[in-house]
Design a protein around this ligand. Structure first.
Ligand code: CA
Length: 412
């Protein structure tokens, strides 16, 4: 059990989204330090290289001075969970003399990098409200869900090369669209660039081809979670997706938050998911609480303008949970590798303000989103910054993910 009364000697850390109960892992550098593993604590980053050198944690220097977390994660949960406990001891308020070791860097003076070398990326489509909304808009309002949806976690293989760290800007993608049904397609910048509010999880343990992962064992394979923005060009998507699914509408850029929050840090936020009806096949059945109560929000900020929170959703709304997704992904013998990323799919809730994309919030352009500066949006405008935030909260303590932020630049 997580002790939510525990405190750190790092001043004010209990009031931030990175208290001693969180301790998420990331990769950072400063003007005087090369890339290395850091752990967020309050407004600071704990330099694991300093902790290794001070013999406070037992890890090879090559692992902590790495540009990615993969080698660290690959050590296995029996090692990484112990390291997290050792770090918590180091930071505990009962060990204030550790402040003299000088292992903290100010987060505001550090650069946070993409923490994972992502091998493969899979995107699911596991929010029932999102899938229903899309079905209503593009197909049949009376039969919004396709026949397979309630029987398996639908997903597709995405592209890992264009997943970037928070803070990255990207250009409005160009491609084929077909704005007039009766006319041939045209080429040009997308007019419908959208965000997708998602949560991603990072694989922490590999399997071999032919091996499957059960829902019971799935958590052993999940190192941690990150906020994920699956940027989408809706007009390109609508023309290209038949019959094989998303392609250029999705692979121009996806954004992740800088910190990987371990599954262990989120344990207190487990909740029950929606009752699945019809009953799932045995390989997808599971025991225990597999959903997580994590508040999610999306804000849009025009250039030099004020922010508007346009969506407030929650990770608990997932119909298919991560264990089911992983069991399904591997049931045919598909192997997974350390650093693979699996994303949830757009996370929408039942209420309109809980929808996880502009496509839904503005209902295919028919109900523009009101911004705080008086302007409206149906999709993103050039120089809009999209920021996703997420946190679990208990006894006044927040376990947060940091920001997943990106700015849309004009087309090249
Ligand atoms: Ca998606």
């Amino acid at each position: 059990m997580i002790n939510f009364n525990r405190k750190s000697w790092v001043e004010g850390s209990e009031k931030t989204q990175f208290p001693i109960q969180n301790l998420p892992f990331g990769i950072y550098s400063t003007h005087s330090k090369t890339k290395r593993i850091g752990v967020a604590i309050g407004d600071n980053i704990l330099d694991l290289q300093v902790l290794v050198e001070a013999k406070k944690i037992n890890l090879p220097l090559s692992v902590v001075s790495n540009s990615f977390l993969n080698d660290y994660i690959a050590l296995g949960k029996h090692v990484t969970n112990q390291i997290r406990l050792d770090i918590a001891d180091f930071l505990d308020i009962t060990n204030p003399s550790n402040a003299a070791i000088n292992a903290l860097d100010l987060m505001s003076e550090a650069t946070l990098h993409l923490p994972i070398q992502i091998g493969d990326y899979t995107d699911f489509y596991s929010s029932k409200d999102h899938a229903t909304n899309v079905g209503k808009m593009f197909r049949d309002p009376a039969n919004a869900l396709l026949p397979n949806w309630l029987h398996l976690p639908v997903g597709y293989h995405g592209r890992a090369s264009s997943i970037v760290a928070s803070g990255t800007s990207y250009h409005r993608p160009k491609g084929q669209t077909k704005p007039v049904e009766t006319e041939p397609p045209i080429f040009g910048p997308s007019k419908r660039v959208d965000f997708e509010l998602e949560m991603g999880f990072v694989i922490g343990k590999e399997t071999q081809i032919g091996q499957t992962i059960s829902t019971k064992n799935a958590e052993d394979y999940i190192f941690g979670l990150m906020l994920f923005n699956d940027l989408s060009a809706r007009d390109i998507q609508q023309w290209e997706y038949v019959p094989l699914g998303p392609f250029l509408a999705k692979n121009f850029c996806s954004v992740v938050s800088p910190w990987v929050v371990t599954l262990e840090a989120l344990d207190a936020f487990r909740v029950e998911g929606e009752v699945q009806n019809p009953q799932v096949l045995p390989y997808l059945s599971f025991d225990g609480l597999k959903n997580y109560d994590i508040t999610l929000e999306v804000a849009l900020t025009p250039e030099n303008g004020q922010e508007t929170v346009v969506s407030q959703s929650n990770f608990k709304y997932m119909y298919w949970n991560m264990c089911q997704q992983l069991a399904h992904h591997t049931v045919n013998g598909c192997n997974v590798r350390v650093g693979d990323m699996m994303a949830s799919g757009t996370i929408s809730g039942p209420e309109k303000h809980e929808f996880g994309s502009m496509l839904e919030l503005a209902w295919k352009g028919t109900e523009p989103i009101q911004m705080n500066d008086g302007s409206t949006r149906t999709f993103m405008q050039d120089l809009d910054t999209c920021t996703i935030r997420g946190w679990g909260e208990k006894d006044g303590v927040r376990i947060g993910f940091g920001e997943c932020k990106s700015t849309l630049l004009p087309a090249l």
